[in-house]
Design a protein around this ligand. Structure first.
Ligand SMILES: [Zn+2]
Length: 91
């Protein structure tokens, strides 16, 4: 028997088979391809504070948190500056 905490740490086909939750098929971290596209879409601005930042100072954030089943897709990605991401807390 694998507890929820144990499943949370995993990623891939096994937790997907165990839970039927497709978000386990995604990596938790957004790949650069998605982050760059969202960064362009947001006109290089942080989604929370609205200030402009260079790409390397921003981080990908899940709209629907990973722990709540949010997937690592472009639709579920917003780019935040490090400060806002840290203030938002764990995801
Ligand atoms: Zn910000």
């Amino acid at each position: 028997m694998i507890g929820d905490d144990e499943i949370q740490k995993q990623q891939g086909i096994i937790p997907y088979v165990l839970t039927g939750d497709k978000h386990y098929l995604d990596l938790r971290a957004f790949p650069d391809k998605i982050k760059l596209a969202v960064w362009e879409k947001q006109n290089h601005k942080c989604a929370i504070c609205g200030k402009e930042f260079d790409y390397q100072f921003m981080e990908g954030d899940h709209f629907t948190p990973w722990r709540d089943g949010g997937r690592t897709t472009i639709e579920n990605c917003q780019m935040l500056c490090r400060e806002c991401n840290r203030r938002k807390g764990g995801k």
